[in-house]
Write a protein that binds this ligand. Structure first.
Ligand code: NAD
Length: 319
């Protein structure tokens, strides 16, 4: 098949070329939008990532260009209107699970960094400041952590947190019986948020979960609690989270994902003024850590993404 691959940087190309099963690949560094959808003419399939848009208008343009298949090289599919894709007969295949440990380990890294302030310590030591002023943390042993969503990533994270001796509570509309057997206790969203010192989000973005963390739910948090989001930016209302940081209701914030990340994330903008008011305000807080959607970014996960993506392409071709 002739496959157009969007949002594809050099590191991504290397993995995709290595695990290609004989398809004719064309790489575009830009994200797919309605404005550049004409680029898809002459291809059979597209390979998209989290920051490509395949909304209704884009899908109609793709259908007109003869696209039959969208291969998502990610787990979340909130950037594709799957109802319209089904109506148009465009098949959408994704990579439902690839190294959930990669994202879970990144969430753990964010907790440890924020808690033990290693990002600050790193900068200070380089400037010759070896004092401990302002670096005090808290033990994770016995700390209560709330998991919102216990699918592949939430489950992998549960096991890491258990190893650290955390007390873990969870909310998921579909509790996992195997985790209940391992001792995990589920509660309502409200109960779970109220109890925890650390809240970590691991559920998909949907109409139901859009802005699930907002002014009302933030009021339920323990004063000074930590919020970690490695799932999708739209799960939190960024404006409300900034207010909670200002009032110190929220003590720490770790974001690997952001509501408007396609404008910024994955790009090297060093030297430019960041043209995003909310990001500028967020990074002005010393207790906020932002990474550029890199939770998935390990060698093992990249290999699995490439293998599963081409497996999906081959399965589609063979009917
Ligand atoms: P999954 O489908 O295995 O699990 C999602 C879980 O969320 C399920 O158990 C589901 O029942 C639960 N859920 C659904 N609605 C919920 C709600 N309202 N409240 C609480 N839980 C709810 O997905 P996963 O593989 O664990 O991935 C979770 C999310 O992580 C993905 O949707 C994706 O957005 C994100 N992700 C991020 C990265 C990254 O690099 N940062 C990489 C992969 C995935």
């Amino acid at each position: 098949m002739k496959i157009a691959i969007f949002s594809c940087c050099k590191y991504d190309q290397d993995f995709l070329q290595e695990y290609n099963t004989g398809h004719d690949l064309t790489f575009f560094e830009s994200a797919l939008t309605l404005q550049n959808a004409a680029l898809t003419k002459g291809f059979d399939a597209l390979c998209l990532f989290v920051n490509d848009s395949a909304d209704r208008d884009v899908l109609y343009a793709l259908k007109a260009n003869g696209i039959r298949l969208i291969l998502l090289r990610c787990a979340g599919f909130n950037n594709v209107d799957i109802t319209v894709a089904a109506e148009l007969g465009i098949k959408v295949l994704r990579v439902p699970a690839y190294s959930p440990e990669a994202v879970a380990e990144h969430a753990m890294a964010m907790i440890l960094t924020l808690n033990r302030k290693t990002h600050k310590a790193y900068n200070r030591v380089r400037e010759g400041n070896f004092s401990l002023e302002g670096l005090i943390g808290f033990n994770l042993h016995n700390c209560k952590v709330a998991l919102i969503g216990t699918g592949n990533i939430g489950k992998a994270f549960y096991r890491i947190l258990k190893g650290f001796g955390c007390r873990i509570v969870a909310y998921d509309p579909y509790p996992d019986p195997s985790l209940v057997e391992e001792g995990l206790s589920y509660g309502s969203l409200e109960e779970t948020l109220k109890e925890a010192e650390v809240v970590s989000l691991h559920c998909p973005l949907s109409e139901d979960t859009q802005h699930m963390i907002n002014a009302n739910t933030l009021k339920l948090f323990k004063k000074g609690a930590m919020l970690i989001n490695t799932s999708r930016g739209g799960l939190i209302d960024t404006q409300d989270v900034i207010e909670a940081l200002k009032s110190a209701q929220l003590g720490y914030l770790g974001l690997d994902v952001y509501e408007q990340e396609s404008k910024l994330f994955f790009h090297d903008l060093s030297g430019d003024i960041i043209q995003d008011d909310l990001i500028s305000r967020l990074i002005s807080f010393p207790n906020v850590l932002i990474t550029s959607h890199q939770g998935f970014f390990t060698r093992e996960a990249m290999q699995q993404i490439a293998e599963i993506t081409f497996g999906n392409a081959d399965a589609f071709e063979s009917g």
